[in-house]
Ligand binder design. Structure first.
Ligand code: HEM
Length: 539
């Protein structure tokens, strides 16, 4: 779909009879313009009054709104946002608001943040004002309220839930204790690649890496691998069906007045409820299985290597968790943890295929730092691999798979950079644009150059952990990614193992420079083109 305006028309078409409603505002607009022509004098007076108001606002710096491009009636700026919103928003910001820009997408006011300075104002100085999330009907139904952390509005529930997952599910200690499971899943992938290498077959890197990320999350949640039973595949299908609905820019959110007519709301709700029933079926069964096995021990403190369902059962009384809230928190891990990791890995291996120099340097480091005869690179071995860390950081910078972070919402009006930001405005932080801006990263900002992150490099001290506002892949402040440790540990160990025992070739007739790096936008950005690679066991 070419842009959001087209998406809107598509969604209207698929919602029975709803498109008729579009005619209503258009009719009202025609009526208004006819009225204005007829009573031109009155219209001119109104325009003079509006200009006077604007001049008054400009004289009084605190009441200025951030700059905006010219808007269309009804659509606002929707027609200016293409199929890759982060790219359109960067281009628009360059022309209209390099730090802050106010758009109207349908009837939704959206503040676009495009510089480290403005991002710091929103995510650090005024973090307490911008720490909420916009309401989404899909989130309300599919995410049990929402009872997850990622979509929950700021407030007591979110605070409690965030504390639970950061202290018990995704803490650095638990991520570390989970290393053997991670190494086990990595070993299974290495086995699959070795089979393909022996048969001289190509592997689909996207498929391989997303089933790896899915199997890993399933194992973290359930404690064992259900790959052979096919249960993992059911989860994968469900995640694939859920993420497009949660990706935002839904018609009922852009045009709430249409939702009020009821037709659209019913369609979206029905679609979401079908999805939720499928989640219920799987998650209820899993939780019941765990309850029957673990109930006697549930009161005891969770151990480091317990699976996530066991941990939630152990702390549910302390946190007063309901069954739906438990399911919401598990959905955080499925929705937040699979596509983000696999897409990052796929972009990274594609970059390595385009840059043989970087691939060879990385292979040399990984191979020389792993004990001879050891089939799997362990997490201990990674400690002596600074170039691997630099490659991972560079990939997280250039191929930020969550380019606009997750939308924030202003809970009160406040002043940022001399502009008035009203309450109830959605905030998109264009982390992708900031991370590729030559003003903060130098002339080679768009290039994949891991050396910038190692000794002597221009960005050696720049980190993605939330203190450097030119590198916001995981966000910053109180809504920062809760799964960063889990993600980085997974990407690093899988990447090291992809290049340790294998050399990689493209299918006959293709060269590195032919690899198309085009993206498809969604909750997580992914590669558009399938990446087929031929593994060769290293001699
Ligand atoms: C490369 C992988 C990943 C990237 C790039 C990423 C990025 C992000 C970003 C940008 C946000 C929103 C920050 C904001 O709104 O300011 C976020 C939130 C979140 N992420 Fe991740 N993430 C990744 C992996 C994971 C994993 C593996 C998990 C869980 C296992 C996870 C769980 C979450 C949760 C729960 C939130 C919501 C935090 C909140 O709203 O309080 N993420 N992530």
């Amino acid at each position: 779909m070419a842009n959001l305006a087209e998406q809107f028309v598509h969604e209207m078409w698929t919602a029975p009879r709803a498109w008729l409603l579009l005619l209503l505002p258009l009719f009202l607009l025609l009526l208004r313009s006819w009225w204005a022509t007829l009573f031109g004098l009155g219209a001119n007076r109104a325009r003079d009054h509006h200009q006077q108001q604007q001049q008054q606002q400009q004289r009084d710096g605190h009441h200025r709104l951030p700059p905006s491009p010219p808007a269309l009636p009804v659509l606002g700026h929707l027609h200016l946002v293409g199929s890759l919103p982060h790219v359109s928003l960067r281009d628009l910001a360059g022309r209209h608001g390099p730090d802050l820009m106010l758009l109207r997408l349908g009837s939704l006011p959206v503040l676009v943040v495009s510089s480290p300075r403005a991002a710091e104002a929103v995510l650090r100085t005024h973090d307490h004002v911008f720490a909420s999330r916009p309401h989404s009907l899909v989130g309300e139904v599919v995410l049990y309220g929402p009872s997850d952390v990622g979509f929950a509005p700021h407030g007591d529930y979110w605070r409690r839930a965030r504390k639970l997952i950061t202290a018990h599910l995704l803490s650095a200690r638990r991520v570390q204790s989970f290393r053997h499971a991670r190494e086990g899943e990595v070993g299974a992938v290495v086995g699959r690649i070795a089979e393909a290498a022996a048969a001289g077959a190509a592997v689909d890197a996207g498929e391989l890496l997303s089933s790896f990320a899915n199997d890993l999350v399933c194992r973290a949640v359930m404690g064992a691998s259900f790959r052979s039973e096919g249960r993992n595949r059911l989860f994968r299908q469900l995640v694939c069906d859920t993420t497009p609905l949660l990706a935002g820019f839904n018609v009922e959110e852009l045009f709430p007045f249409l939702a009020r007519f009821g037709v659209l709301k019913k369609v979206v709700r029905a679609r979401s409820e079908r999805l939720r029933r499928r989640w219920d079926e799987l998650l209820d069964r899993l939780i019941q299985d765990h309850e029957s096995k673990y109930e006697p021990m549930a009161a005891s403190d969770p151990k480091d290597d317990d699976d996530f369902i066991h941990v939630l059962l152990s702390v549910r009384q302390d946190y007063g968790l309901t069954r739906d809230q438990m399911k919401g928190l598990l959905l955080d891990v499925f929705v937040g943890g699979i596509d983000s990791v696999s897409s990052t890995l796929e972009f990274t291996i594609a970059e390595l295929m385009r840059k043989p120099r970087v691939m060879e340097k990385l292979q040399a480091e990984v191979r020389s730092s792993t004990p001879t005869g050891q089939e799997i690179v362990s997490e201990d071995d990674l400690k002596s691999m600074p170039y691997l860390r630099a490659v991972t950081k560079e990939s997280l910078r250039v191929h930020n798979v969550t380019p606009l972070l997750a939308p924030h919402l202003s809970m009160a009006s406040c002043s940022v950079d001399g502009y008035a930001i009203p309450a109830g405005v959605q905030v998109l932080i264009n982390a992708w644009a900031i991370a590729r801006d030559a003003r903060y990263w130098g002339e080679d900002a768009e290039e994949f150059v891991p050396e910038r992150f190692i000794d002597g490099g221009s960005a050696v001290d720049v980190s993605f952990k939330g203190s450097d506002f030119q590198f916001l892949t995981f966000g910053s402040g109180r809504r920062m990614c809760a799964g960063m440790n889990f993600a980085v540990a997974t990407v690093e160990v899988m990447l090291a193992n992809l290049v340790h025992r294998f050399d990689w070739e493209l299918p006959p007739g293709k060269e590195g420079r032919d690899i198309d790096m085009s993206q498809v936008f969604g909750l997580v950005v992914r590669r558009k083109e399938k990446l087929l690679l031929v593994p060769k066991l290293r001699a």
